[in-house]
Write a new protein. Structure first.
Length: 96
């Protein structure tokens, strides 16, 4: 499988739900208030995705240099790399 990953290699800080604009709360109405406020979110292209929507990448995967992924389609999605102190991430878009 030929996989392309596009990233800016910049480290970014996670955002917590209570830091997000109030208008985004309705997008995550499936989370209770405490879960939303205490969840870590990844910011990408002016959108927030909870880290809970990412799946761990297996060590023998073609994406093994990354820690987790979230699929948009069968052939595309996001990958993240989390630093050792688990307070920052790098994000990339992948497609095949």
């Amino acid at each position: 499988m030929n996989l392309t990953i596009i990233t800016d290699h910049k480290w970014k800080e996670f955002k917590y739900g209570h830091e997000l604009p109030k208008k985004w709360r309705k997008e995550y109405d499936w989370m209770d208030e405490d879960e939303f406020n205490n969840s870590e979110f990844i910011m990408h292209k002016k959108w927030a995705t909870p880290i809970s929507e990412f799946m761990t990448i297996e060590p023998n995967s073609v994406m093994k240099d990354w820690d987790a992924y979230s699929s948009d389609t069968m052939f595309s999605g996001l990958v993240i790399r989390i630093n050792e102190s688990r307070d920052m991430y790098q994000i990339g878009s992948y497609y095949s």
